[in-house]
Design a protein around this ligand. Structure first.
Ligand SMILES: Cc1ncc(COP(=O)(O)O)c(C=O)c1O
Length: 306
């Protein structure tokens, strides 16, 4: 594999094919209408070789997304598990980002998905910190004027491509206003999540994150942070967060597979706490990273060594 990722092989419908040969017709339904479902998974380079973080939880969510849209993937969860492992091993990858994706590759014009052919691929490539140096020093956010999709309109719990056009416009809006990232609120005005990550704040030593009712994607990193916090005796509450709490909290951070734990140090141009990553954020970020890198035996069951 070259530095730009060329030379990689992707798993496509059961076969390993060169990435450049993994093509679809230009009229592919999922490209036109955003009807794909997918996952984003990371593998880490541990002292015992590459390890995929919470692989089976990601696969479970992949199948839940498929069920919501009545997509018969034609594979078992074990089949996709094996495809992910094979893609990492085949490409001799260690630290990388893995993208299982299921889509309608039918190239007719109609919207209906009934009876349309489904393809599944697993791609993987080396991937660094999503927010670059921001992962250590923190990023700035803007509360978006665009609200998060909600269950009345689209299922937020399905990780479906079409959902991300909502994420894209919020991110675009934030970037155009000079911030690094957006924070979206739910239709009733409470804090929901980032375009591709869940959010946590810290207030008086308590960790707070929006609950399932806030129309969020139930993130696996979010769940990991909750479990790590519990294991360390950190007080935690899942509840509605008012927008203004984002201005008054002591710490804030994003949690997601791509973003990992990224401190948020400015929101709407106001400093979060002292304007630098806070102690609980750093502690949880370190523990998350230790676990993902195979350095905490009590959480080793989250890792699939390949
Ligand atoms: C909208 C959204 N929220 C939250 C997350 C975080 O989920 P996870 O931690 O499972 O990656 C993601 C990323 O997948 C996402 O796209």
């Amino acid at each position: 594999m070259k530095k730009d990722g060329s030379g990689l092989y992707f798993w496509l419908n059961g076969k390993m094919v060169k990435a450049k040969d993994a093509n679809v017709p230009i009229l592919t339904h999922s490209m036109q209408y955003g009807s794909g479902i997918f996952e984003g998974i990371r593998a880490y380079n541990t002292s015992r070789g590459a390890a995929i973080f919470r692989l089976d939880d990601h696969i479970k969510r992949f199948f839940r997304s498929a069920k919501i849209y009545a997509m018969d993937l034609g594979y078992t969860q074990k089949g996709i598990h094996d495809a992910v492992v094979k893609t990492v091993v085949y490409n001799k990858l260690d630290s990388c980002y893995i993208r299982p994706f299921a889509f309608y590759d039918d190239d007719s014009i109609g919207i209906s998905t009934t009876g349309k052919r489904i393809s599944v691929f697993v791609a993987a490539r080396p991937f660094g910190a999503y927010y670059g140096k921001g992962k250590e020093s923190g990023i700035s956010c803007k509360i978006s004027s665009w609200q998060r999709i909600n269950s009345l309109i689209l299922p937020p719990e399905a990780k479906a491509s079409g959902n991300y056009i909502n994420s894209i416009i919020a991110n675009l809006d934030a970037r155009m206003a000079g911030a690094d990232e957006a924070i979206l609120t739910s239709l009733d005005g409470y804090v929901a999540e980032g375009p591709g990550e869940n959010i946590f704040i810290v207030e008086d030593g308590e960790l707070v994150t929006p609950s399932r009712e806030a129309d969020i994607l139930l993130g696996i990193t979010r769940d990991s942070i909750i479990k790590i916090a519990e294991s360390m005796g950190v007080r935690l509450s899942e509840r509605n967060i008012h927008k203004e709490e984002l201005y008054t909290c002591d710490e804030a951070f994003f949690a997601g597979t791509a973003a990992e734990i990224t401190p948020i140090t400015r929101i709407d141009s106001r400093k979060v706490g002292k304007g630098v990553p806070g102690p609980l954020t750093k502690m949880l970020g370190n523990e998350y990273s230790r676990i993902a890198n195979g350095q905490r035996r009590d959480f080793d069951y989250w890792l699939t060594y390949v």
